[in-house]
Design a protein around this ligand. Structure first.
Ligand SMILES: [Fe+2]
Length: 383
C-alpha cells in the first residue's frame, strides 16, 4: 500500500531525522553513519535533497534490520555526546524536542502500518495475540450538547512554554455559530445501521468525490470489516465487532455521508477545539495498551484517544501562519491543500503527544489510520 512504510524504515527514518537535523548542524566533525542513508531515509524534505520513492519503501530489502539497529546505536551515542557537550543550548534543545515528537508520530504510524501489512496476509496474523479490548453491555446514550455562537479564539499562544507544532499557530479569532456537538464518538452499531439502510447505495448522501471513490474502489463498509459485518481485523487479529465501540477506519467521505444520513454534519475544527479545550487530556491512548477503540465510559466525552476525529475543516494555514525556518518548514506547511483536519489522537497516539490545539491531517480518502468521527448540528436545539 503506497502510504504504508515498513517497520524498519520508520526506525531508520526517525534516526535519520536526528542525524540530519540535530547532529549534522550542531556536532562539529560528525560523520554520517552511511552516506547512502540520506537518500533512503529522507521522507519528504526536498530542500535537504532527493529521496527514495515512498510507495516503493516496501522493496528496500537492504539495509538489514541489524544494520539499521547499528545505525540507531551510532546516532544515539552521538546524540548523548552532543547533549553532554552542548549544555543548555536552546536551539539544540528545540531540535531535540521536535525530533522526539516526530518519533512519537512515527510510533503511531508504526502500529497503523503494521496493522495494514498484517491485514493483507491471508492468515490474518495478530501483532499482539493477547490484546485485551474491554467490552461493555452498552454505550452511553448519545446526546447533543449546545454551544452558543460568538467570537472565540483557537490555536496556541506563540509565547506558550509547551511544545507545539507550527501549524497550531498563531492564536486567532474565529466566528462560531450556535451549534450542538455529539457527546461521544459514533459507534460500530450506529454505523452498521447506516450500512443496512443502504447508505452506500444512496448517492444523495455523498459528496461527488466520495461517491466516485466508493464506486471505483467498491467500498461498502469500513476498512478491516468482514463482508458479513460481523468481524474486524485488529492489532490482536480478527475479532468480533463490538457494536458499542467507536467505528474506526472510515474515510472523510464516509463520515460525511453518515452525518448527512443522520441529519447532522461533522464539527468544524474550531468547534471541536473549543469543546475539547476544557476537557482533561485523558482517554484510550497508546499508553493504555488497548490499541483499539473501546466503548465509552459513562462520563467519557472521547475527545482524546480511541479514534482521530474527522472535522468538516480543510487543513489550511491559520491567519498569519509562518512555517519553521529552513528545511523544517516542510514539516507541516506544504501539506495545506486538499486534506482535511483531524483532531484528538487515537488509541495508538502517545499520551504525552496530544492536546486540544493539535492539528493532524489526511486526504479525505485515507482509512488506514484509526479515523472515526462525532456528529454536530446547527442551532442550539439539543434534542
Ligand atoms: Fe517523518
Amino acid at each position: 500500500m503506497p502510504d504504508v512504510s515498513p517497520t524498519k524504515w520508520h526506525l531508520a527514518h526517525t534516526t535519520w531525522f536526528f542525524e540530519h537535523f540535530v547532529l549534522e548542524p550542531f556536532l562539529p566533525g560528525y560523520h554520517a553513519f552511511n552516506d547512502r542513508y540520506h537518500f533512503l531515509f529522507n521522507s519528504y524534505y526536498y530542500s535537504a535533497g532527493t529521496m527514495h520513492s515512498r510507495p516503493q519503501r516496501g522493496l528496500l530489502s537492504r539495509p538489514l534490520v541489524s544494520e539499521i539497529l547499528q545505525y540507531r546505536e551510532y546516532v544515539d551515542e552521538a546524540i548523548l555526546g552532543l547533549i553532554q557537550a552542548s549544555g543548555e543550548n536552546e536551539q539544540i534543545r528545540n531540535r531535540m524536542v521536535l525530533g522526539l515528537h516526530h518519533e512519537q508520530q512515527h510510533q503511531e504510524l508504526l502500529l497503523t502500518d503494521i496493522k495494514h501489512v498484517f491485514s493483507m496476509h491471508p492468515d490474518k496474523p495478530a501483532v499482539n495475540p493477547g490484546l485485551l479490548i474491554p467490552a461493555a453491555a452498552a454505550t452511553p446514550e448519545h446526546q447533543f450538547i449546545s454551544h452558543s455562537g460568538g467570537i472565540a479564539e483557537i490555536g496556541v499562544e506563540l509565547e506558550s512554554g509547551d511544545f507545539y507544532y507550527d501549524n497550531e499557530t498563531p492564536r486567532h479569532q474565529v466566528i462560531i455559530q450556535n451549534h450542538a456537538m455529539g457527546s461521544r464518538l459514533v459507534t460500530n452499531g450506529e454505523y452498521r445501521a447506516f450500512i443496512l439502510d443502504r447508505g452506500y447505495g444512496n448517492n444523495g448522501l455523498w459528496l461527488s468525490d466520495g461517491w466516485a471513490v466508493i464506486q471505483q474502489r467498491g467500498w461498502n463498509k469500513p476498512l478491516y470489516w468482514s463482508d458479513d459485518l460481523q468481524k474486524e481485523f485488529t492489532l490482536g487479529g480478527e475479532r468480533d465487532i463490538d457494536l458499542n465501540a467507536p467505528v474506526a477506519h472510515v474515510s472523510y467521505y464516509e463520515a460525511d455521508a453518515y452525518a448527512r444520513w443522520a441529519g447532522c454534519r461533522l464539527p468544524t475544527e474550531a468547534e471541536w477545539e473549543l469543546a475539547a479545550k476544557d476537557q482533561p487530556v485523558i482517554g484510550n491512548l497508546m499508553d493504555s495498551e488497548i490499541w483499539h477503540p473501546a466503548v465509552a465510559g459513562e462520563d467519557a466525552s472521547q475527545f482524546f484517544g480511541d479514534t482521530w476525529e474527522w472535522t468538516a475543516s480543510s487543513y489550511a494555514p491559520y491567519p498569519g501562519f509562518t512555517p519553521l525556518a529552513g528545511s523544517l518548514g516542510e514539516y507541516n506547511g506544504k501539506f495545506m491543500c486538499n486534506q482535511m483536519t483531524i483532531r484528538g489522537g487515537s488509541c495508538v497516539t502517545a499520551d504525552k503527544h496530544i492536546r486540544a490545539s493539535y492539528r493532524s491531517f489526511f486526504y479525505p480518502d485515507a482509512r488506514w489510520q484509526f479515523l472515526g468521527f462525532r456528529l454536530a448540528k446547527d442551532g442550539t436545539d439539543s434534542t
